[in-house]
Design a protein around this ligand. Structure first.
Ligand code: SF4
Length: 247
């Protein structure tokens, strides 16, 4: 059952919350805005607003979900945050390994910690690992990701705030692209998106276009809903084909 508005997943699981900004893509962080809102509402887990903290009481949440579900792990944080103890990460991956009925999508902007963690460990078979790339300067994250053994490797190019140029998608199964939303959103040039879409087609990588965001394809600022997600006359919601990847 879908329990989140995030289009490319089915549910979220946040065994930690809070974060700190690392690159330009973090400038208008949605999780920060949400965390402050939840703090004001008195929601458990958000007593410290956006300050990073682990929540051991949430560790076993997916165990009680029997229906096979795609979980986005840490929509409100970065699993590979500098303050995340590796011992707690080990416990998270133990839960993941013990629930093979689910898939777990993990996305980070902290590629060096991701690399260090998996240099001595093997990821469970139901993990999808991803890195965020927001412009050319963060493309090196893909090189680190492609060397980690997991069934699905994905790149989230959201918010796309600059031309990424040429992309080497060797070993990558899925690319998600989206423009930024919110009052301070930065515009996304349609040519940047078309360039990525073209390279996904050439390199046979599934392409998922999430949204234009606050700035439409025509460069006009309006609601995210009004701007929609039509690119080159249609929607692009491709997903990785798991059977092919497993073979
Ligand atoms: S890494 Fe993600 S969660 Fe953390 S500040 Fe940046 S955008 Fe927000």
């Amino acid at each position: 059952m879908k329990t989140t508005k995030i289009e490319w997943t089915e549910a979220t699981w946040n065994p930690s919350v809070g974060c700190s900004k690392v690159t330009a893509g973090c400038k208008n962080c949605y999780a920060e805005v949400m965390a402050r809102r939840l703090q004001a509402m008195g929601m458990a887990g958000y007593e410290d607003g956006f300050k990073f903290k682990i929540l051991p009481e949430r560790l076993h949440q997916p165990v009680s979900v029997k229906k096979p579900t795609k979980f986005f792990v840490n929509s409100m944080s970065d699993l590979f945050h500098e303050k995340m103890p590796f011992e707690f990460l080990d416990k998270i991956f133990e839960v993941i390994a013990s629930t093979p009925q689910h898939h777990y999508q993990i996305l980070t902007k902290r590629e060096h910690i991701l690399q260090r963690y998996f240099s001595e460990r093997v990821a469970p078979k139901n993990v999808w690992l991803g890195v965020t790339v927001e412009h050319k300067q963060t493309k090196h994250r893909i090189d680190i990701l492609r060397n980690i053994e997991v069934p699905v490797r994905f790149v989230s190019i959201e918010p796309l705030i600059g031309d990424v140029g040429n992309l080497n998608l060797d070993g990558i199964h899925w690319v998600i692209v989206g423009g930024e939303s919110g009052v301070s959103a930065r515009p996304m040039n349609p040519e940047w998106v078309i360039n990525i879409k073209k390279q996904c087609a050439e390199q046979k990588v599934a392409f998922f276009f999430k949204q234009w965001g606050t700035w439409g394809e025509d460069g006009v600022k309006r609601s995210k809903k009004e701007n929609g997600s039509i690119l080159l006359g249609k929607e692009w919601k491709e997903e990785p084909v798991l059977e092919v990847i497993a073979s």
